[in-house]
Design a protein around this ligand. Structure first.
Ligand SMILES: [Zn+2]
Length: 318
């Protein structure tokens, strides 16, 4: 099982259908689990997908339309019921604090969860860990909405053949990485001589928005871009009216931002399976990278780093 993957819990916008639950996505990233936009029914979809409440370390809410947040009360109650011991940080638009408070206290139960509210006021970095930095940018929708982005710090990948050639092995490799240089066989060796740059992996999450600069900034060189694709091109007027993207616009964001894998989701109920298949084609007509049409309970691995295809995508700092 890859250590970095998107578990799709639901893919419907506005109203669920027989084949689509409301939105919901768990991004598994090493030891963390980031739950994005838990719509109604998320708790049960987690069960079907094999996701437990204890896997959730952070919750990111783009905005407070029902299809993006009505599952929050159930998920929070479940975190409490399961006695999840670690803290869970929750990011959401600060402008709608009263809505968050309603959802946070929507039912009566013995509250045992360590929940830490982190209202988002403006574009910027929300958290930094050795594995990633989380950033938010305001999007262009009918209510306050933020898109999110995870960026792993850039690092360097050690090259075993070069280390071998210079006789550097065992604990010396760690010393070299730590200090940046080492004397081996009477010669000074720098870390640059025996490694190559390894760009950090990037993930972007763009929901309900019209085309805007922030969408392109969030998607910049994303290895995986999860993007709303509410409407097909034939319904572009509706997309404009309601502050949404068409599939082709999602493709354009991916193309111009040099994203690698585009995951389309958040489909209007007006499209059946075939209708959403056509949307994948519309996105692919403008984006040369991989396009995946999300479906409920799919597990989509974050693509391996481009510069080091032989390396598992699970070793930050190596
Ligand atoms: Zn919305």
């Amino acid at each position: 099982m890859p250590n970095r993957e998107l578990v799709v819990l639901g893919t419907a916008s506005q109203a669920p259908t027989r084949i689509r639950n409301h939105n919901g996505y768990l991004l598994r990233w090493d030891a963390e689990g980031l739950l994005f936009d838990p719509g109604e029914g998320t708790q049960r979809q987690m069960l079907f997908a094999g996701v437990t409440a204890s896997q959730i370390t952070r919750i990111c809410i783009t905005h407070f339309h029902g299809d993006h947040c009505l599952g929050l009360p159930g998920v929070l109650a479940r975190i409490s019921l399961d006695r999840v011991a670690h803290p869970v940080e929750i990011y959401y638009p600060a402008a709608n604090e009263p809505v968050f408070q309603h959802l946070r206290h929507a039912a009566l139960y013995r509250d045992a969860a360590d929940l830490r509210a982190r209202p988002v006021r403006e574009a910027g970095t929300l958290a930094s860990t050795p594995a990633f930095r989380i950033e938010a940018r305001p999007l262009a929708h009918s209510v306050p909405t933020f898109g999110y982005r995870l960026a792993e710090p850039d690092g360097r990948r050690m090259l075993p053949d070069k280390l071998l050639a210079l006789g550097i092995a065992g604990p010396d490799v760690g010393r070299l990485k730590q200090r940046g240089e080492l004397v081996a066989g009477g010669r000074r060796v720098t870390v640059e001589q025996v490694s190559q740059p390894r760009p950090g992996q990037r993930f972007a999450f763009i929901m309900d928005t019209g085309l805007c600069d922030a969408a392109f900034e969030l998607a910049d060189r994303a290895d995986m871009l999860v993007c709303e694709s509410t409407f097909a091109g034939a319904d572009a007027a509706l997309a404009r009216e309601w502050g949404h993207l068409t599939a082709a616009q999602a493709g354009r964001i991916a193309a111009e931002s040099q994203a690698r894998l585009l995951v389309l989701t958040h489909f209007s109920q007006r499209y059946d399976r075939e209708g959403s298949q056509r949307m994948a084609g519309e996105a692919a007509s403008v984006f040369g990278g991989d396009v995946v049409l999300a479906h409920d309970l799919a597990r989509i691995p974050v693509p391996l780093r481009q510069s080091s295809p032989a390396q598992p995508a699970t070793q930050p700092g190596t």
